[in-house]
Ligand binder design. Sequence first.
Ligand SMILES: Nc1ncnc2c1ncn2[C@@H]1O[C@H](COP(=O)(O)OP(=O)(O)OP(=O)(O)O)[C@@H](O)[C@H]1O
Length: 498
Amino acid sequence: MKSQSEVVCWVDNRVATLGVRWYNGRSNTSKRGYMSNQEVGLRTVFVDNKPTSRQLRKAKLVVVEGDQKGKSFELTKSRTYVGRSSVNDITLKDTSVSSTHFELRAEEDGLLLRDLGSTNGTLLGGCRVREVYLAPNTTFRAGNTTFSFQPSDEIIDIPLSAEEHFQGVIGRSVSMREVFATLAKVAPSELTCLIEGDTGTGKERIARAIHDASRRSSKPYVVLDCSSIPKDLMESYVFGHEKGAFTGAVNQHKGAFEQANGGTLFMDEIGELDLTLQPKLLRVLENREFKRVGGNQTIRTDVRVIAATNRDLRQMVNEGSFREDLYFRLGVININIPALKERREDIPLLVESFIADVASRRPDLPKMRMTADAMDMLMSYTWPGNVRELKNVIERAANLANDGKIERADLQLANSLGPAPVAAPQVSASQTAGDISHITVDLNLPYKDGKQVVLNAYEYDYLKKIIAEFDGNISQASNEAGLTRYHLRELLKKHDLK
Ligand SMILES: Nc1ncnc2c1ncn2[C@@H]1O[C@H](COP(=O)(O)OP(=O)(O)OP(=O)(O)O)[C@@H](O)[C@H]1O
């Protein structure tokens, strides 16, 4: 049996192997060195085997054909969105270009050009491409505009945190160290933040960490989950109401802004905020004042707002279901949390912390340890429910383990490809909304976690069926599902079904 430290060490070796894969095609020495002149994209700089910073090569997109011929756009971020809508980093005038047409993502392997489900496609060498790494001076076309990709000599340094945690948020991956470095700078400021990431990636945890590391830490921290509040009560939840403002308003009520006065208001699932309320929220963010529902008095407020979403707000703006001005106002600082499967190096550390967590709550349980075989399974699983799912798997396994030894079977993961076995909802035509007798409700899980388990299983089965039905044709499947091609592709990717 391996001791815990051996397991961690083994995982470190495993991470090193992954590292070699990331740096594929380059010499091993480059892992510790600096970016060479030929390289584009991102490069992580290691000192004493620890990632210390990232280097990003600046580049330009030059329009070589089309209405904007001769125009040049700078690429200075690790992710750049391009399209017709002003919500993008680069806005084009070409009407044959989609609202958000493609993105350019700086990665360790180079600069990735990714079509985002555009109508007219992205073409390189006459072929329609979905994803391709660009070589310097490559030309490609979107709509009637042809671009040339031209790297520059300049390098931008992106700092990484030396720590493997920030206010209780854990991670040792390069992407989380980058998030921690941003949080350290952003938390003491008064800036509004928008946290984006899939469900269960830790957005709420991070919002709390920002509050705890801010000057407001001794003041209230109020959470408002926009997805769980009935539409007609939302305004009252946010701004409060006066007695008699509507039927049932028997007393005056202080809303989230008043409750959070002096502190932080975390608005979770901001994408669910009704369109009619969005201008009112924008006004408070700009003027710091509001009125209760049914009230005439203007109330001043001193609240820092942190919003989070697992939906693609840019897409929602393009579709008209989220206001562009509010999107920009909330995203003064954008924090993007990657899915767990994109930062598997974090898993051992998270596991260690979740095991310690169970141990502190259950001193009656024997000392727990994870077998290398079980850790191997955790490292290769797809984690559609992200860190929340990992936490629940560990919690359950700790209770099932024999003599504290957590083995593969205790994890109850179906395999390394699909979601954990759960009672998936079988909805028949005769079932009415609200009839959930066919779903097993597990009261051992908090509401959000239980809901996610069912949702994951539903998504997985739905995607498998719809893709099989249309023989893998994304356009037809997305039409039938009422999803954009981009959204469907993202869901397939989330469940490793593409
Ligand atoms: N990096 C992390 N370190 C420690 N715990 C984490 C981390 N990320 C997530 N968690 C834990 O995982 C669980 C889910 O996290 P959280 O609720 O913050 O996710 P979320 O992204 O806000 O989910 P949703 O989109 O469903 O609201 C929580 O118990 C949280 O404490």
